[in-house]
Ligand binder design. Structure first.
Ligand SMILES: Nc1ncnc2c1ncn2[C@@H]1O[C@H](COP(=O)(O)OP(=O)(O)O)[C@@H](O)[C@H]1O
Ligand SMILES: [Mg+2]
Length: 245
């Protein structure tokens, strides 16, 4: 199975957590059973976005410390059938080490078609832990030089960790603003600078923010979410044209 995917970025706020949920929701729509693991220790947020904040009694650190069975730290999402969450440790000091996290994922991944891992920004210890069990990676960037350079750093670090199947998502893309700001001549220039193969350009979309903050993923659709139906195909090697809004 090469279906353990880490979602990463150099800079914070590029949209990793949002992408994790949209991607997982799209995979579920295709009939897949998906485990989402929040690996942003101390800064977890997927439990809120999936509307199960109040349900979480045990997180990944409880599972490895023996406070609960592994399965007891896996929660059903409220509104998306077949999407499950393992929450990150609430406190940053409970961050797992890379080998421990890899062992945890290795022992539960066979129950799912895909495991999607949300990582903290940057290439620090939390990122290295998040990437440890991954077969492949998705880098999320915005079409801005600092964000793109951060993405290149992450790609290099992923490769150093032995992960070579890496794809790029350009998120929060606003065509008019992109032309006006002219940080890059065109999208090809962003992809060239990012040095990574593209699988999606996700539009800037206020609705997606509202959906995520309200924990309404799975209840409402929006332009950003629709793009992900094609991402899943491209992720699985099916040649589908990009949808650029
Ligand atoms: N495509 C998008 N359009 C508009 N806002 C977005 C989009 N993707 C993410 N956001 C918003 O950007 C902010 C950061 O997103 P988040 O997923 O938390 O990023 P990260 O996990 O990388 O820190 C949030 O307010 C989120 O709602
Ligand atoms: Mg996040």
């Amino acid at each position: 199975m090469d279906n353990v995917i880490v979602v990463a970025s150099g800079k914070g706020g590029t949209g990793k957590s949002t992408v994790c949920i949209c991607l997982s929701a799209a995979l579920v729509k295709q009939g897949k059973k998906v485990l989402l693991i929040d690996c942003d220790s101390g800064m977890r947020g997927l439990d809120i976005m999936l509307d199960i904040e109040q349900d979480i009694l045990f997180d990944a650190s409880d599972a490895v410390c023996g406070n609960c069975a592994f399965g007891e730290a896996v929660y059903r999402s409220r509104h998306i059938q077949n999407l499950y969450l393992m929450a990150a440790p609430f406190d940053a000091e409970n961050e797992l080490s890379p080998p421990v996290f890899r062992q945890l994922v290795d022992s539960i991944k066979h129950n799912f078609d895909y495991v999607i891992i949300d990582s903290p920004a940057g290439i620090g210890s939390g990122f290295v832990t998040a990437a440890a069990p991954a077969d492949r990676a998705v880098i999320v960037t915005n079409a801005e030089p600092t964000s793109v350079r951060g993405g290149v750093k992450v790609r290099k670090k992923l490769e150093a960790l032995g992960i070579n199947n890496i794809r790029l998502i350009i998120n929060r893309f606003d065509k008019k603003m992109f032309k006006k700001l002219h940080f890059y001549d065109d999208l090809d220039a962003v992809i060239d600078a990012a040095q990574t193969r593209l699988i999606a350009v996700v539009p800037f979309d206020y609705a997606i923010s509202v959906i995520m903050q309200r924990g309404a993923a799975g209840l409402e659709s929006s332009p950003a979410l629709e793009v992900f139906d094609r991402v899943t195909d491209r992720l699985q090697g099916v040649r589908t044209p990009l949808l650029i809004r």
